[in-house]
Design a protein around this ligand. Structure first.
Ligand code: SF4
Ligand code: SF4
Length: 445
């Protein structure tokens, strides 16, 4: 069983957190607790979906990407830039202008990860025919981790194939080492991420392999730099920009949007976006309520990557711009057979392990015993999931009690029962509340 603690791009800044618990209430894997008036994240349960960031009123949750200056550690600085980035700009800013600004910033070349989608789509279609259906897309790393943590019985349905950003990075490394005779150690490949989940998937990929990507750049940061430069160039009416094109196809652009995989399947597919919709479909699948579907394209963000937490502009505008752009481009990207053969040799990933049991104990036998105990405690609780205990639900408090991270008296109703029975004093009850919500919440301001 996979026991490694996974890398997370999210950090909660205690100095900014006011303990409002909004993040705790939306977390789909119950990974957050409030203790001492601050939110705490459990690293083994977080899936980097970014839902907590969307609701935090004090911007206390930050996403840490790599420092931009790291690109200069390499001689060949290759940028893998998701096509969703282009959807952030107005029509006045051309792809050629964006490309030329990025080169001025220090990149040797700019490529879109979706360059490899023609190869991948064909491989996926064969994979679906040969594996347990419905096959669940492995495109969105937050979905894979959601399944590992919350829907362990479905891990074998997850497609064990690398995704465009990794395949394109492998392809580029091969091209630069062969065509340009570049020393592998001098090639640096940097991915621009629209979300936290992709950072985590580069730093600790699921499926037992090492990512071919050397660093991850925050899309919001890069957008601001390119946007500022492009406004300057437009104001100066720069006419002599190099007109070097980025290799882009209609299929590549649409791949990152909802339906981009499903629309290219030979079999029956379903495309679902938005975290709650994804959870609903996975629950139905687990309950055996989904029939006649061979492929599930599931993406946790609304409008897929156009709705990623690090995309700077409105997702509907961005998706619409990209769809319009796709219509004007050739449908497919050509890749020489020599390279598709190479990608075919490295496209598979290893076993994907469930992580649900790890919530309790690394040893399965012990974990099952603890799960049974937690169920008993849960049944003794009132079941209204008020969150006053600093845990997101009665079920989560029961787990915390079994794992020694809380006492049953954290529950307000249990405290009143104990108070009435004379086994808990007022001072003790106040002490418990202070441990959860912080002493400063109980003084007059
Ligand atoms: S990123 Fe998602 S899973 Fe992680 S703590 Fe936030 S809401 Fe929970
Ligand atoms: S949403 Fe979470 S991290 Fe943000 S202030 Fe509230 S408790 Fe703190």
């Amino acid at each position: 069983m996979e026991q490694k603690t996974i890398y997370h791009a999210l950090n909660i800044m205690p100095e900014l957190c006011n303990g409002c618990s909004h993040c705790m209430k939306v977390c789909p894997t119950q990974a957050i607790r409030v203790r001492n008036g601050k939110a705490l994240m459990h690293p083994d349960w977080c899936i980097d979906c970014g839902e907590c960031i969307r609701v935090c009123p004090t911007h206390a949750i930050k996403i840490a990407a790599d420092d931009f200056q790291r690109i200069f550690d390499y001689e060949y600085r290759l940028l893998v830039l998701p096509s969703v980035f282009f959807g952030q700009f107005s029509n006045y800013i051309s792809l050629e202008m964006i490309n030329s600004i990025l080169k001025e910033m220090g990149f040797t070349a700019v490529h879109v990860p979706e360059e490899s989608v023609d190869f991948l789509l064909e491989t996926m279609n064969h994979y679906i025919e040969e594996n347990q259906r419905p096959v669940i897309s492995s495109f969105c790393p937050a979905v894979i981790r959601l399944i590992q943590v919350r829907f362990p019985s479905l891990v074998n349905n997850v497609m064990r194939l690398k995704q465009p950003m990794e395949l394109t990075a492998h392809h580029l490394r091969k091209v630069y080492s062969e065509k340009h005779k570049a020393d592998m150690a001098k090639i640096g490949i940097f991915y621009v991420t629209p979300c936290a989940a992709k950072i985590a998937s580069v730093k600790s990929p699921v499926g037992d392999y090492i990512s071919p990507i050397d660093g991850v750049i925050n899309m919001d940061y890069l957008y601001n730099r390119v946007q500022k430069e492009s406004v300057k160039k437009l104001a100066e009416n720069v006419a002599d920009l190099p007109q070097e094109r980025i290799q882009l196809s209609g299929k590549a652009i649409k791949y990152t949007l909802t339906g981009g995989e499903k629309d290219n399947m030979w079999q029956t597919g379903l495309a679902v976006d938005g975290l709650q919709n994804v959870i609903d479909i996975l629950e139905r699948l687990e309950n055996g309520e989904i029939e006649g579907v061979d492929y599930l394209e599931l993406r946790t963000c609304d409008e897929s990557c156009a709705g990623g937490i690090l995309t700077p502009n409105n997702r509907f505008f961005a998706a619409e711009r990209l769809r319009r752009m796709a219509k004007k481009l050739p449908e497919e990207c050509w890749m020489p057979k020599k390279y598709t053969d190479y990608l075919a040799s490295i496209v598979n990933v290893g076993q994907i392990e469930p992580r649900s049991i790890v919530r309790f104990h690394p040893e399965t036998k012990e974990a099952l015993k603890m799960m049974e105990k937690a169920q008993e405690i849960k049944e003794s609780l009132i079941g209204i999931d008020c969150g006053a205990c600093g845990s997101p639900s009665c079920e989560a408090l029961a787990e915390d009690v079994v794992c020694g991270k809380a006492t049953i008296e954290a529950c307000l109703f249990q405290r009143i029962k104990s108070g009435k029975a004379g086994s808990l004093s007022m001072e003790q009850a106040v002490g418990i509340m202070e441990e959860i919500w912080g002493a400063d919440k109980f003084v007059d301001k």
